[in-house]
Design a protein around this ligand. Sequence first.
Ligand SMILES: *Cc1c(COP(=O)(O)O)cnc(C)c1O
Length: 225
Amino acid sequence: MSIAQHIANIQAQLQGSQAKLIAVTKTRSIAELQATYEAGIKDFGENRVQEMVEKQAQLASDIRWHQIGHLQTNKVKYIAPFVHLIHSVDSFRLLKEIDSQGKKNGRIISCLFQMYIAQEESKFGLSKEELLEILASPEFASLSHIRIQGLMGMASFTENDNQIAKEFSSLKELFDELQGQKIAYQTGLVEWKELSMGMSGDYLLAAKLGSTMVRVGSAIYGARS
Ligand SMILES: *Cc1c(COP(=O)(O)O)cnc(C)c1O
């Protein structure tokens, strides 16, 4: 099947849900990204800064670039001029650097907090306590060039659908809680509207459980080498 056919199939499966497809293009060639664009997708997810910067320079300017992988503070400056959404904010230090680079570039940079929901040690993310601490701090309220749009999470790498469903549901529950309380709405910094969860192995489950953005790579392009 072609890239366009894979995309069409996934789009058909997502119909009726709120989930939007983000094509995860890390390690894929410019030709594959071009085919993705021609299939009507404009949201591309990358996890390495250098790769995103190189690809962005070669492709259409209306592509929305999503930073989905762990982001080092010292690399924010390279994507700050154009990045559409940073899904992987996992520390206050990183958020402050994004704010400062937003200011330098005269733009407001949209961000998601990456929450730790998996049972594994290896995954990045904040605990609920850490998130609430950031949201409550006066320093957070003083930021002017970021906008929080929601949460992101990655489920455990397991075949156990019950476990994955439990983790996604816990993230959705927190999301609903935040939406209800409208924490920090008054600062204009926060708009809880995006819930980024679901990858190739679990996007259907995630869509069912309230995801608004699924990040799908190998189900479109095949396994990464
Ligand atoms: C690579 C990656 C994905 C996509 O993974 P697939 O299994 O290929 O769909 C999604 N989210 C993040 C954060 C990733 O790094």
